[in-house]
Design a protein around this ligand. Structure first.
Ligand SMILES: [Zn+2]
Length: 297
């Protein structure tokens, strides 16, 4: 069972932990290409996308969705990410072209890029119910631990969250992955202490993915004393549901004089989707049609 772009859900058979493992190489590489990201912003947005997929998978059901806003007042600005319960995610950074010097060990300086003076906000949409919003302050700006703090404070879920991205020398995504290890209510305290001691000594999950892609082997690296049982696995994807029709509706929301200006001065309009970078062209004729439809309302 190789782990090819998959989100694997597992439990330890002693009922100590619930484990989510994520191989998100193609998610992060697709985001990089869609938004023309730098090494710094590929790593920052990549971690955000991975953490959001893990969060969505652990707290959402059915048709529920969530939107994550994260802003630490750092040079990359705010991050906005949407995910559903079925492994689909999309998102962007306010300043996707920022590139900071690497740390002495060659790693991207995520905390400096994100900043730590800010918040992580999660908005959950649940069918016909009112959306539910919860906000926590950022603790490290490293993203994984910020999501773990959110889970503890807002969802009463004690967990360890690790997300990481490894780039090659050209800035392409070599590996990207994440884990979310949730402590179950009756977990043994000795096992929790052993895990807390072990996690800081391990290489990043993306580094582990360079040598092992089998989820059971990965789980064994994280939790060597715990027998693991895989419950389910699903595909994940960076994908956007935007369409030209949707942007035609947004254009119809402009005032008639603004539309006339686009027609006479710009002879058309180009609209860019923030979430996926897709570009939609509207000719002067198409804008005329939107303007005419508006007149009928
Ligand atoms: Zn889009």
């Amino acid at each position: 069972m190789a782990m090819d772009q998959e989100l694997v859900k597992a439990v330890t058979t002693d009922n100590n932990f619930r484990v989510l493992l994520l191989n998100g190489q193609s998610v992060v590489e697709t985001a990089r290409l869609s938004h023309h990201l730098t090494k710094t912003t590929t790593t920052v947005l990549g971690r955000g996308l991975l953490a959001t997929l893990l969060l969505a998978s652990s707290v959402l059901k059915g048709t529920e969705g969530l939107t994550v806003r994260l802003n630490g007042q750092g040079p990359v600005g705010g991050m906005l990410i949407d995910a559903d319960a079925h492994g689909t995610v999309k998102g962007y950074l306010q300043h996707g072209q920022v590139e900071l010097p690497l740390l002495a060990n060659g790693d991207v300086d995520v905390a400096s890029a994100v900043g730590t003076d800010g918040f992580l906000e999660v908005l959950k949409t649940q069918g016909n119910l009112d959306p539910y919003t919860s906000t926590v302050p950022l603790v490290t700006g490293q993203i994984g631990s910020d999501f773990a703090y959110y889970l503890a404070k807002s969802e009463q879920i004690n967990s360890a969250v690790g997300v990481s991205v490894v780039l090659d020398e050209h800035g392409q995504v070599k590996t990207a992955g994440g884990y979310l290890i949730q402590t179950l209510p009756d977990a043994d305290n000795t096992a929790i202490a052993a895990l807390e001691e072990r996690l800081p000594t391990l290489p990043s999950i993306a580094t582990m993915l360079t040598t092992a892609t089998d989820p059971v082997k990965l789980a064994a690296m994280l939790l060597p004393d715990e027998p693991v049982k895989v419950l389910s696995q699903e595909q994940v994807a960076f994908a956007c549901d935007c369409s030209k029709a949707q942007f035609a509706q947004s254009l119809a929301g402009l005032s008639s004089s603004e539309l006339r200006q686009l027609i006479t001065e710009d002879h058309g309009a180009e609209v860019v989707c923030h979430f996926c970078g897709a570009r939609y062209q509207f000719s002067a004729t198409e804008l005329q049609q939107i303007l005419a439809e508006k007149g009928k309302l």
